[in-house]
Design a protein around this ligand. Sequence first.
Ligand code: PBG
Length: 324
Amino acid sequence: MAYPIHRPRRLRRTAALRDMVRETTLAPSDFIYPLFVVEGRDVRRPIASMPGVFNLSLEHTVAEARRAHALGVKAVILFGIPDHKDAQGSQAYATEGIVQRAVRELKNALPDLLVIVDVCLCEYTDHGHCGLIDGGHVANDSTLPLLARMAVTCAQAGADIIAPSDMMDGRVAAIRSALDEVRLTDVPVMSYAAKYASAFYGPFREAAQSTPQFGDRRGYQMDPGNVREALKEVDLDLEEGADMLIVKPALSYLDIIRLVRDRVDVPVVAYNVSGEYAMVKAAAQNGWVDGDRMTLEILTSMKRAGSDLIITYHALEAAKLLGA
Ligand code: PBG
């Protein structure tokens, strides 16, 4: 009788052995929790396509952030949804805008929680595009000063990190120099460097009421077929002064996460986007999959691909699962 010499199963036999040799682990501090802040009082409006996610008024935003923080989540990323939207997205850079107020309230209530702001115009414009419209197109250069103003007003309100998601060319440099100009030299920029034009953002647009009123975002977000273009965007953002880089979406772009991780020496962040979240929730609600296990497996795959951090709507429930 010949016995196999190599038996990988030896190290899989018990939970203790498996724990000992696990290469990739998750911790609550890996997660960044997105919050959708709306105006008004006592608003906690469910997002139909994202079970467990809500539009929250300020006091509920603070309460939700407090729950996450207590479970070991160290950072939130804010999306502001103003009552008043206009062509210039003026509430994006108003000192008393909803997102600036949310930053102040959060830093006041939870000084140790890191508050990141998603800088983009699409939640603030009536047309739903990420920049100004000129002749039916999204104008690049005239949008840059507005993004820079949004970054400055948010940083002045106390934001710890600025995360531009608009995909205008040159926006990292514009934001960096505007921050430096007002002596906010220590506020880091976490740029959405490789951001694809994706069907996986559908539920987010329900949450942020930011569906474009005409056309789509393919003129500024990247084509899903491209890899070299992602690397070019990454190089440009680093040259322009980005401190951390985001790859988005994550689940269908694990190859991009790995390539970026191997190319750069700054923290890489995966954005586990709304459509990825919605798919898991929908299948789990039907009883077709084990939602908890699937959630942790998906998050593990993003870390295994090379991300240091994950922006995820699962942050709070995953932190609970890890603590259990
Ligand atoms: C703003 C922004 C979007 C997302 C993050 N920032 C929407 C978009 O680009 O259309 C999507 C996040 C998600 O789907 O979870 N530009």
